[in-house]
Design a protein around this ligand. Structure first.
Ligand code: AMP
Length: 359
């Protein structure tokens, strides 16, 4: 096992080479670490700013062994890391954070809902189904409409279908691939909020202010932070975050997506055991952003402050919107973050801007 706190000059491993890995790697480098990225693609956004890239599948034992030989601590930028990869790394004496409990919960929407409700973090009512017949029966029992989602591997609104009538449930089930699903009651929310929180190896927590999020076609477009919320709502969110962090014995940054209901209650939509797109505002709104905070936590360093010093409007640059970089670079209160992706496919997250306003 490595010595913690991990001293500068050590190598930190990241599973995944996308933009989140890239921004983690940049934050780690600023704290004096070298980064080793394990990624299938030899030319990845994170790999191009890391000291080492190990090219291979995340579950490849040889690639994991190579990573373990250089990295004392390993983290990840996406939640679908195979559980076996974590076990292999742990057997090789590597600290993996966040730990396997968080991954298991985040990889299965039913396990996630069970954990959340048991922890005192409320969610919408739900049911699960493994067959088309069960899906029809569950829809009838809950009362349509319901939102059917694959239990595993959904992201950015993919892998979900609204079911308006029990008779439509079998088709939705088939459309989603015929695998296990969760059926969720509709959340009649007034706003979508999220909270980015961190827990250190010593159990200390750091929680950022709530942000307000706007999606289009299942993809985040815009975040406003800190969100305008009452003190009571902020405290409710902080209580939920604290319960989730301690319930998972968590180490690192977590993103918690929330529905603000008409009656003032907050329901948890989902949790992401990693840095989160709705936390990008912290890069220019807080002294210590979510990326540095995550590196601090997994490296066993003290957590940093989370107070905002600006109001931020974060806009994702999707597809060819990134071509506006030259114009955006002229705006004095706009901070540009580009991911170095070669190919601006429609809807692909190519970068984001943080537009700054006084608090
Ligand atoms: P998810 O992939 O679970 O984060 O869902 C993507 C988006 O679908 C959310 O940001 C919400 O806008 C919407 N959504 C998810 N679950 C529900 C629900 N139970 N009721 C209403 N809208 C939902």
């Amino acid at each position: 096992m490595s010595e913690l706190p991990l001293p500068p000059g050590s190598t930190l491993g990241i599973l995944g080479g996308g933009q989140l890995g890239r921004m983690l790697a940049l934050a780690a480098a600023r704290l004096g670490f070298d980064v080793a990225v394990l990624e299938r693609d030899a030319d990845s956004p994170a790999g191009r700013v890391a000291a080492h890239t190990i090219v291979g599948p995340y579950a490849d034992p040889d690639a994991l062994e190579t990573l373990a030989a250089v990295a004392a601590v390993v983290t990840y930028e996406f939640e679908n890391v195979p559980a076996d990869s974590v076990l292999i790394l742990q057997r090789l004496g590597v600290e993996v954070a966040p730990g396997p409990e968080a991954l298991a919960v985040a990889q299965d929407r039913v396990a996630e809902k069970q954990f959340l409700n048991a922890s005192g973090a409320p969610t919408v009512a739900y049911s699960s189904a493994d067959t088309a017949e069960e899906a029809v029966a569950a829809t009838a029992q809950m009362g349509a409409p319901v939102l059917m989602k694959t239990r595993r591997e959904g992201y950015d609104g993919k892998g979900q279908r609204w079911v308006e009538h029990p008779a439509d449930a079998a088709k939705a089930f088939a459309d989603l691939g015929g695998g296990p699903v969760i059926l969720e009651a509709p959340a009649d929310f007034v706003r979508e909020l999220s909270i980015i929180a961190a827990r250190g190896r010593d159990g200390a927590t750091a929680i950022y202010p709530l942000s307000e999020n706007h999606h289009e076609g299942g993809i985040l477009r815009r975040t406003l932070a800190p969100a305008h919320v009452s003190q009571a709502l902020a405290e409710q969110a902080e209580r939920i975050a604290a319960r989730i962090l301690s319930g998972l014995n968590y180490v690192g940054v977590i993103g918690i997506e929330l529905f603000e209901m008409k009656d003032g209650r907050l329901l948890v939509n989902e949790i992401a055991p990693r840095v989160h797109n709705t936390g990008h505002w912290t890069q220019d709104g807080c002294a210590v952003d979510q990326f540095e905070q995550h590196i601090r936590a997994v490296a066993g360093w003290p957590l940093g402050p989370t107070e905002p010093h600006a109001r931020v409007e974060m806009l994702n640059l999707l597809g060819d919107e990134v071509d506006a970089w030259a114009k955006l670079a002229h705006e004095p209160d706009t901070r540009l973050h580009l991911y170095g992706k070669r190919d601006a496919k429609p809807g692909r997250k190519m970068g984001h801007v943080n537009k700054l306003h006084p608090l």
